[in-house]
Design a protein around this ligand. Structure first.
Ligand SMILES: NC(=O)c1ccc[n+]([C@@H]2O[C@H](COP(=O)([O-])OP(=O)(O)OC[C@H]3O[C@@H](n4cnc5c(N)ncnc54)[C@H](OP(=O)(O)O)[C@@H]3O)[C@@H](O)[C@H]2O)c1
Length: 256
């Protein structure tokens, strides 16, 4: 490794990545960043029309992409996304479990259907994707689950389902790392983002982000490319000795 320059350790040339939730927000930036680092990308989400724009962004970075309509709450859709990726590219090196829904419902009013639907996408969907990928991934592969600071702390809104799903994802990450890193050579990590602009954060109540920024040491929301850079670190050779962990990228919010 010493013969490689340190920046070369972040390259993903010849690798193939799957990004779920690639139709808006952070997933689009993740797909672009992985392509800029050298990877071809398979893009999954329910809104296939919006995936086309992400595919064009990947192609603009000089890499190939496929789009597959995917509802990650359906195990058969997750299997089909992995099969389509294998059919097109012949390998899966990276999985970014990014698809997620954000909700805020007072606990005494939340219905079983509302609670279950969040867990089904944010937690169960990541497991179906990880299972399908781990069956085909070769040693040296890597999975990153997009958790949240809500998996580690609270942030003033009634988000039991979301917080439970994101905390569950941290446990899932730890367990899959201990099952697969030694036996299959697949590293499994999580990112815990703080506040980044996206369609999800557009739904926050007026003034909410400004109020929460008081807890953020860096004093501003994150730039999605700052999160994508952490992702590229985790999935590349640069992160080769990191597994089973959750990396907060939150401007220091967790110090409060
Ligand atoms: N933005 C932040 O500040 C922040 C902070 C912490 C964590 N996160 C996490 O980051 C991830 C991305 O969020 P974002 O902020 O970029 O929000 P976003 O713009 O709302 O994007 C969410 C993505 O998830 C997809 N998705 C939702 N349900 C799905 C399903 N059943 N099957 C497949 N895809 C589904 C959506 O696509 P379709 O609707 O087309 O299916 C969309 O592409 C989420 O896991 C979120 O919890 C975000």
């Amino acid at each position: 490794m010493a013969d490689k320059g340190v920046l070369d350790m972040f390259r993903l040339d010849g690798k193939v990545a799957i990004v779920t939730g690639a139709s808006s927000g952070l997933g689009v930036v993740f797909a672009q960043a992985l392509a800029q680092a050298g990877a071809d990308v398979a893009l999954g989400a329910r809104r296939e029309d919006r995936l086309v724009a992400t595919r064009e962004a990947v192609e603009a970075a000089g890499r190939r992409a496929i789009t597959v309509r995917t509802d990650v709450a359906r195990p058969e859709d997750c299997q089909a996304l992995v099969e389509a990726t294998m059919a097109e590219f012949g390998r899966v090196d990276v999985l970014v479990n990014n698809a997620g829904v954000g909700t805020a419902v007072p606990a005494t009013r939340e219905t079983p259907e509302q609670f279950r639907s969040v867990i089904d996408v944010n937690l169960n969907g990541c497991y179906w994707m990880a299972q399908a990928c781990a069956r085909v991934m070769q040693p040296g592969s890597s999975i990153v689950n997009i958790s949240s600071i809500l998996g580690l702390t609270t942030a003033g809104l009634p988000q039991a389902a979301y917080a439970a799903s994101k905390a569950g994802l941290i446990g899932l990450t730890r367990d899959l790392a201990q099952q697969w890193t030694g036996r299959k050579g697949i590293r499994v990590n999580a990112l815990a983002p703080g506040f980044f602009d996206s369609e999800m954060t557009d739904q926050y109540p007026e003034g909410y982000i400004a109020q929460q920024l008081g807890r953020v040491l860096v004093g501003r929301p994150g730039d999605p490319m700052e999160l994508a850079a952490a992702l590229v670190f985790l999935v590349s050779a640069a992160g080769g000795y990191v597994t089973g962990t959750t990396l907060p990228v939150e401007g220091g919010l967790l110090t409060s």
